[in-house]
Design a protein around this ligand. Structure first.
Ligand SMILES: *Cc1c(COP(=O)(O)O)cnc(C)c1O
Length: 393
């Protein structure tokens, strides 16, 4: 398109990693202490408890010293053993991916897979569990980010709870951006991180683990030990009388601390509301542009990501490139199965502000027009703004 040197994006509206809050970045610049310094030990414990407060969980959160994909793989390795029959729910790339990790450890897997613009039906989960009483672990992704679609996690959790299986939930890109907590969905292992809706960095994870899940890991002869994939190793790492199994990510703990502070200080309700409003304004704008939403139904479109179908005969890469080069706005493409089929606009953390819906509609609409698609830019912006005005006028 042009040989001009690549400049940094002006605004990053991706579906994660996100533009972090400046308070998080400043916190990460705090001096790096020794991990066994008594101050750091107390700080680590306080952060684990603060994460638990955000999760509304009675026990300090388990902090995994790596990005969430490692923690999800660790959950598979730690919970699933050679006697387990796993029910894997796949409504997208991450859901499907968990099944590949599970395959290393399980005896057998049953999978419910739906098209990646759809959501898992809780009745199908109930039927699968009824057909196979021996299912001992169920895995689900709340928001499958490469699709931008939400599964009915609370209803799925009810069904799994009634059956008695251990429920592993990937809530990495939904927690903090909408009203969901581990107890709401009877999760036994609820995995999330600061790098999406909390406006932090992607290098650390925090997890709520139920007593039932701990017991399952204790009883699992295949649960790893002295391994980055062992959740058990880090079980009581927040306790000052316990040595860390390995060095914790000192700077990331400071960033996590700041991200949780911002979330609690603003108030979860207010944070969820601005995610929802930004997404609603964005969807209205996208439709008025003349584009189609990826989600089969708007009810399952995520409040933290808006996925837009790539119009026929256009290239996602070309759209992304123009949006970035011409307007300085970085958007996400699809991933795996959804690659080349959709464009994603993230509404996460600091970019879950309604004005960014206008930015996204303008950048996407402009890029589409440049490629010959008759985007109705004025109508798109008006529709998006009308949603904001109706909510805040
Ligand atoms: C971002 C994200 C993760 C973290 O994994 P990466 O692929 O390394 O970013 C896990 N699950 C979901 C649903 C995510 O959105």
């Amino acid at each position: 398109m042009t040989d001009a040197p690549l400049r940094k994006p002006v605004i990053t509206l991706t579906a994660g990693p996100v533009q972090g809050y400046s308070e998080v970045l400043q916190a990460m610049a705090r001096p790096l202490g020794y991990d066994y310094d008594p101050w750091f030990l107390g700080f680590y414990e306080a952060v684990a408890k603060k994460c638990a407060q955000a999760l509304r969980w009675p026990e300090p959160a388990l902090i995994v010293q790596a990005e969430p994909a490692v923690a999800i793989e660790a959950a598979a390795a730690s919970v699933i053993g050679r006697r387990d029959v796993v029910l894997n729910l796949a409504s997208g790339v991450y859901g499907k991916g968990f099944g590949y990790w599970s395959a290393r450890y399980h005896k057998e897997m049953v999978e419910i897979e739906v098209p990646y613009d759809e959501a898992i039906d809780p009745a199908a989960v109930a039927a699968a569990l009824q057909a196979r009483p021996d299912i001992s672990v169920v895995s689900v992704v709340h928001h499958d980010t490469p699709s931008g679609t939400i599964n009915p996690l609370v209803e799925i959790g009810e069904v799994v709870h009634a059956h008695g299986a251990v429920l592993i939930v990937d809530a990495v890109s939904s927690f903090g951006g909408m009203d969901i907590h581990p107890a709401d969905c009877h999760a036994d292992v609820f995995i999330t991180g600061p790098g999406k809706c909390l406006g932090g960095t992607p290098g650390v994870t925090f997890v709520a683990v139920s007593d039932k899940a701990w017991q399952k890991m204790e009883a699992n002869p295949d649960c790893p030990f002295a391994s980055i994939l062992s959740l058990k190793d880090w079980k009581n790492a927040w306790r000052r009388d316990q040595p860390f199994p390995f060095t914790p990510s000192v700077a990331e703990i400071s960033g996590l601390d700041a991200a949780i502070d911002l979330y609690l200080e603003e108030g979860p309700q207010a944070v969820w509301a601005r995610h929802a409003l930004t997404a609603a304004a964005c969807r209205a704008g996208i439709k008025a542009l003349g584009c189609e939403l990826w989600a089969a139904r708007e009810a399952i479109a995520s409040p933290t990501t808006t996925s837009v179908k790539v119009p026929e005969a256009l290239s996602d890469d070309a759209i992304i490139e123009i949006a970035r080069q011409r307007y300085g706005v970085m958007l996400s493409i699809g991933r795996g199965e959804t690659l080349h089929k959709l464009i994603r606009i993230g509404h996460m953390g600091p970019t879950a502000e309604p004005v960014y819906a206008l930015v996204a509609v303008a950048a996407l609409g402009g890029a589409l027009k440049a490629l010959g698609f008759p985007a109705k830019l004025g109508a798109g912006l008006e529709a998006a703004q009308a949603v904001i005005d109706a909510a805040r006028g």
